[in-house]
Design a protein around this ligand. Structure first.
Ligand code: JFT
Length: 243
């Protein structure tokens, strides 16, 4: 997969790409990431990338010409691959969208700054508008890294683990079961006996029940979206009766 990122702060992507899973995926040739500085395509003497809004009001707006020049030079005309705009007004990013994007062999991400981008960029260049959540950041760079990380770890081989991402929170539609590692007792707090038992079927059952219990307690909205077995529904009804 190839990912092109357009930003006024392309250097912010490097430190994160040099650690983490992204680095291994890049080294293994599973993904190529190029971050481009939109300012390099601003042709006036001051390399201007923003301007005052028509109609007045505060703040600045990202200019249309440098973004078009950057995107058209890198992606071609007409642009062949999806161009995702990170924006608080986009649809909420989730695991399903991450899977969809991870199947692309080329995608591009546009990160804005200031109060936002000239609407004509959105109308004529952008194919998808995505937000990472209902909170306010100062620009699209952190959302872009979030989306990039979520996508790259789904590329087969990126996790360096044959089971890959299948156990993840949200892959099954449930939150994850609790994790433990050595020692078996720490300051009087013990690892659940079943995990020490070596009983694989019982461990699997315990984990599934814990995942359901957690999801019921913390994210009941998720439970309504997935199919459970009759046994699992009985387990939920028992939990609800107890509580
Ligand atoms: C914020 C953003 C996302 C996402 C793109 C651009 C300018 C600053 C801003 C803040 C509030 C209202 C503009 C951006 C995001 C998120 C993405 C821009 N700003 N208008 N903030 N929070 N979840 N995705 Cl361009």
């Amino acid at each position: 997969m190839r990912v092109d990122i357009f930003s006024l702060f392309p250097q912010v992507f490097n430190p994160y790409m040099e650690v983490s899973i992204l680095q291994r995926a890049i080294q293994n040739g599973l993904v190529e990431v190029y971050s481009h500085n939109i300012r390099d395509w601003a042709i006036d003497r001051h390399h201007t990338t923003d301007d005052v809004p028509y109609g007045g009001g505060g703040g600045m707006v990202m200019k249309v010409e440098p973004v078009f020049a950057a995107v058209e030079e890198i992606l071609g005309i007409p642009t062949k691959c999806p161009l995702i705009l990170m924006t608080p007004q986009g649809r909420l990013f989730n695991q399903k969208t991450a899977y969809e994007f991870s199947n692309l062999d080329h995608l591009a991400i546009l990160c804005g700054r200031y109060e936002g981008i000239d609407e004509r960029i959105r109308e004529n260049l952008v194919t998808d508008e995505i937000s990472v959540g209902d909170y306010v950041l100062t620009g699209g760079e952190l959302p872009a890294l979030t989306v990039l990380d979520a996508i790259v770890r789904l590329i087969p081989g990126a996790l360096g683990d044959p089971d890959g991402a299948q156990d993840d929170s949200h892959a099954s539609g449930l939150l994850e079961y609790p994790h433990y590692t050595r020692p078996p007792e720490f300051r009087g707090s013990r690892v659940p006996e079943v995990l020490l038992s070596g009983h694989h079927a019982e461990i699997a059952r315990w984990r599934r029940e814990q995942a359901i219990k957690r999801t019921l307690e913390r994210r009941p909205d998720l439970l309504r979206k997935i199919e459970l077995s009759d046994k699992e529904n009985k387990y939920i009804n028992n939990l609800l009766d107890e509580g």
